[in-house]
Design a protein around this ligand. Sequence first.
Ligand SMILES: Nc1ncnc2c1ncn2[C@@H]1O[C@H](COP(=O)(O)OP(=O)(O)OP(=O)(O)O)[C@@H](O)[C@H]1O
Ligand SMILES: C[C@@](O)(CCOP(=O)(O)O)CC(=O)O
Length: 167
Amino acid sequence: MAVPRAVLVLSGKRKSGKDFVAEELTEPEHGLDFQRLLDASDYKEMFRQDMIRWGEEKRNTDPGFFCRAAVEGALQPVWVVSDARRLSDVEWFRDVYGDVVQTVRVVATEETRKRRNWVFVTGVDDAESECGLDQGVAFDWVITNDGDEVALGEQLEVLLQSLHRSL
Ligand SMILES: Nc1ncnc2c1ncn2[C@@H]1O[C@H](COP(=O)(O)OP(=O)(O)OP(=O)(O)O)[C@@H](O)[C@H]1O
Ligand SMILES: C[C@@](O)(CCOP(=O)(O)O)CC(=O)O
């Protein structure tokens, strides 16, 4: 397994903007090969509960199952993990990569998330998939993503500058 110089582990609720922020973060970083696995489509929402169920089964027998798959073959010096959801995810990255890990929480108000077509779904928004990191992690960074482009840019700039200094 390659050893990265930095690992940004992002989390945040549905429609907080994790993928959006991950993409913004990787844009100025040449050599990063970040790919969005899925977009923000209704199609994905149709299968979310099935995916959650399948994911829980896998993790119950092997908490590192998805984390290992996420880093497999990655050779870049800086990694952006766009979607941690559970304490076991954050713990896995901390255990394996130690001090180079920085946790990033993406936050948007319910109002903002509704504008992005979020609707509360029982069994999803009140379950571990969405709430697993509401407590228990002292995030290194909290990024507010309520649609103010300039404010988001400033926050990411501070993060990236700090990251550059730590490399
Ligand atoms: N700062 C922003 N400016 C403009 N659009 C944004 C911003 N942040 C997020 N969006 C849009 O809001 C929608 C949801 O964002 P995104 O898919 O990144 O959220 P997410 O947290 O990854 O959600 P999910 O968990 O459902 O995948 C997308 O259409 C995205 O383009
Ligand atoms: C199944 C799941 O991975 C869906 C992720 O979709 P998204 O990142 O919210 O677009 C959520 C989960 O792992 O609980």
